[in-house]
Design a protein around this ligand. Structure first.
Ligand code: HAM
Length: 534
């Protein structure tokens, strides 16, 4: 039997009703705060995550699903692209392909014109200095043997010639042509949503609007983590971001507080209580170097006792040492300096303002000075909501500011803040049951007697048009079986469609909870069922 892949799972009814409930409430609450939906692709160029989430994070260094997409173009694939590009100039020319499969000179058809241009084409999937030199030597030989007007072309896929190759080719009179043929690229299934959203923000020039963009995205994310309860390799996030130019107020602490208040409201709406908001500030580009220096200094004496990752990170990105989960390293990590003690004046004031605003809107929080989050793009406010019922994987959501992310991806200055809720964990923490959040079908239609399927289908169509949720039975079932099926699917009523009923235009409507049965005229069926809905 073929099973689902380790770390992935099927979500089946009735549980999917819980997921629909959570997503519908999220959309409702987000709308009240004027968020709009964005959908980005589930795979992106690997470089996007390497540059935003960070090379030294666990996510990028260990957990991404990455592959080389596409195959190297065969060298000969470049020729059709070149011919297409030069179609007009090539009228009347013949192309010679040598027996070794090499593209030979393209010569004018001598019967049409008397020998003018001699074009030599070389195709390579990557351009090297050596190819340029070979081509130049060949050109010299042709000229020495009397050919006039020799043109040398090196055809390569776009992006496959370096600056030094271009320089050499200019000296050797070799024309390099970059052609638009597909070349392999490294792609990655998104491990998180923020990078893709900021990429889209830049690509579509949303900064131009001059407004804050309040965006949300619901969808699957992928990380190759060790699966356990609440931790999967494909999991779902409900992500929201507020991003915009500073002139739109994107750096304001009130955006941070509003987002946290929205989260508190959302959790309250879906009935999750007993959460803790853990809050920290991880500083900004201004104070980070001082903190990194302090971390390195503090680590110097103990680093030899730490794990391999920590030893490397102490040099490359010391903040990531604070993420280490190796138990033996924890006593050392406990004693390391705290970012909060290194905040510059503006970061300190920003953090204070966020706290004051949270107090004003009555959102409780605790400061966790050890909270660094597992992604590199964070600046200033960082937070997680944890929940006791979840065991080891207790973070139902996490987020923070990323004031420099857009610029680090080559975009405009566009500070932002956001969060992602782990939907799988949120559903685990719900106390509601699938039954509580899903409505049972209104009616089971029981066709009674051979040939009654058509009449039943017609009635079902009428009732559905009036908003009644109907499941249709089959005229091969006996009444007993139909009524049993109706009860099993949880229908509130059974409607019996027999020959007599159709003739009379009135149907037996059986309340499956009470067993009570009444005869109701066709036109009144829907109204009767609606009026008695719970
Ligand atoms: P994150 O903390 O990596 O942040 O993930 C957010 C949430 O996704 C976690 O708190 C957790 O509930 C859930 N989650 C993460 N990994 C797994 C997993 N393997 N299985 C199940 N649930 C998981 C981010 O992803 C950031 N992009 C959040 C953000 C948005 N920051 C700013 N904007």
């Amino acid at each position: 039997m073929i099973k689902s892949v380790r770390g992935t799972r099927d979500l089946l009814p009735p549980d999917t009703a819980l997921w629909n409930f959570v997503e519908a409430e999220a959309r409702d609450v987000f709308r009240l705060y004027n968020f709009r939906e964005i959908r980005t692709p589930i795979f992106e160029q690997t470089e996007l995550f390497a540059r935003s989430v960070g090379e030294e994070t666990d996510i990028v260094s260990k957990e991404m699903y990455t592959w080389e997409d596409g195959i190297e173009p065969a060298e000969l694939d470049l020729l059709p692209a070149w011919i297409a590009k030069h179609r007009d100039e090539l009228k009347g020319f013949e192309i010679e392909i040598s027996p070794e499969g090499k593209i030979g000179p393209i010569r004018p058809d001598l019967s049409l014109r008397s020998g003018s241009t001699l074009i030599s084409l070389e195709t390579k999937s990557r351009a090297s200095l050596e190819t340029v030199r070979q081509l130049a030597r060949y050109g010299a030989e042709l000229e020495a043997s009397g050919s006039r007007d020799v043109r040398l072309y090196l055809l390569v896929p776009t992006g496959r010639a370096t600056e030094s190759v271009y320089r050499a080719s200019r000296e050797a009179n070799v024309i390099i042509e970059e052609l638009d043929v597909e070349i392999p690229q490294s792609l990655t299934l998104r491990p998180e949503a923020t990078a893709g959203i900021v990429r889209a923000y830049i690509e579509h020039d949303l900064n131009r609007t001059g407004l804050l963009q309040r965006l949300y995205l619901i969808g699957p994310m992928f990380r190759r983590e060790r699966p356990q309860k609440g931790r999967y390799r494909q999991f779902f996030q409900i992500d929201a971001e507020v991003i915009g130019p500073p002139t739109a107020g994107s750096e304001s602490p009130s955006v941070d507080a509003e987002l946290l208040e929205m989260l508190a409201k959302f959790l309250e709406r879906i009935g999750i209580t007993g959460w803790t908001l853990e809050l920290n500030s991880v500083g900004c580009a201004n104070d980070r170097p001082k903190f990194n220096e302090a971390l390195r200094a503090a680590l110097a004496k103990d680093i030899d006792k730490m794990c391999e990752d920590c030893r490397r990170r102490a040099v490359t990105n010391p903040l990531r040492v604070l993420d280490c989960k190796v138990p033996e390293d924890q006593p050392i990590i406990e004693k390391l300096p705290r970012m909060l003690d290194y905040l510059d004046e503006s970061c300190r004031q920003h953090f204070q303002a966020v706290q004051d605003l949270l107090a004003a809107v009555s959102v409780p929080y605790v400061i966790n000075a050890r909270l660094v989050r597992g992604l590199d793009y964070y600046t200033r406010t960082a937070f997680e909501f944890t929940h006791g019922a979840l065991g080891a994987q207790n973070a139902i959501l996490g987020g923070g500011r990323y004031d420099g992310l857009s610029e680090s991806l080559g975009g405009p200055k566009a500070p932002g803040i956001g969060f992602a809720i782990g939907e799988d964990r949120l559903v685990l923490a719900l106390s509601k049951t699938a039954e509580e959040v899903s409505a049972p079908p209104d009616a089971y239609i029981a066709p009674l007697g051979a040939g009654m399927n058509r009449k039943a289908a017609k009635l079902a169509r009428e009732l559905r048009r009036q908003g009644i949720v109907v499941e249709l039975g089959d005229d091969s079932f006996r009444l007993k079986k139909s009524l049993e099926s109706a009860s099993k699917i949880g229908a509130r009523y059974a409607v019996i469609v027999g020959e007599n009923e159709v003739k009379a235009g009135s149907f037996a409507l059986k309340n499956l909870a009470t067993g009570e049965q009444v005869t109701v005229p066709r036109a009144e069926l829907a109204g009767r069922m609606q009026s008695l809905r719970g």
